[in-house]
Design a protein around this ligand. Structure first.
Ligand code: SF4
Length: 221
């Protein structure tokens, strides 16, 4: 069985566990849990705050007006939503869309950690302050760091305002659109860096092969 298939099955099994989770009070009021959506092979992951009313009803993340805006923002920088794995910090809707409580975030934390570990994305878009607080604890507030790239090991994190906050705020929407253009630049930089590394490795392999060939010639005499 290919590694991709094993990962896809592991992700499906993780979604199954989320769907029946009763670890915090939110399971009592949810209609459906919302594990996440997208391919296990995604190189980009987007993490929001928690399901809203539409998500709670359908079991899918970002399907309401904020989801449509997210899809449009991704398209504006040449990304297809189908290629991205999208999920939330909390997998069940807080009643009335209230803020997540700390104990709920901590009960749910291991699910997001498992999703990141399985998907191993190169880039994580952090949509809103709760996603930033969860995956980049200790960073300044989102109004100070939105649109910046934060590198942790091999992974790039980009804090962005949550699309729901930009729905009825024209100035925030403009900021979010500008930040998405920065994301395009970061992705292009990362692609160029990968290409540089690939060429360096090719040159190194060619050099090593030339040295080996020269050594073999010498042993003939
Ligand atoms: S929010 Fe997370 S921890 Fe709470 S019931 Fe849903 S899946 Fe379980």
């Amino acid at each position: 069985m290919s590694l991709g298939l094993v990962d896809a099955e592991a992700l499906a099994a993780l979604h199954d566990r989320i769907n029946i989770c009763t670890s915090c009070r939110l399971h009592e009021t949810r209609t459906r849990a919302v594990p996440g959506d997208g391919p296990v092979t995604a190189r980009i992951m987007a993490v929001g705050e928690a399901p809203g009313e539409n998500e709670d009803r359908t079991g899918r993340p970002f399907v309401g007006a904020a989801g449509q805006l997210l899809t449009r923002l991704l398209q504006s920088i040449g990304l297809d939503r189908q290629d991205i794995y999208i999920c939330n910090v909390l997998k069940c809707r807080p009643p009335g869309n209230r803020d997540p409580e700390p104990d709920e975030v901590s009960s749910c934390a291991h699910f997001l950690d498992e999703q990141v570990a399985l998907i191993r994305p190169d880039v994580i878009l952090l949509l809103g302050r709760h996603a930033v607080g969860r995956l980049l604890p200790g960073m300044p507030g989102i109004s100070r760091i939105h649109g910046q790239r934060v590198r942790r090991g091999d992974r790039l994190y980009v804090p962005l305002f949550h699309p729901a906050a930009a729905l009825y705020n024209a100035s925030l929407l403009r900021t979010l659109e500008e930040d998405m253009q920065r994301v395009r630049g970061y992705l292009d930089d990362a692609e160029a860096e990968r290409e540089r590394q690939r060429k360096d490795e090719e040159q190194e392999a060619a050099r090593a092969a030339a040295v080996r060939a020269a050594d073999e010639q010498l042993t003939l005499f």
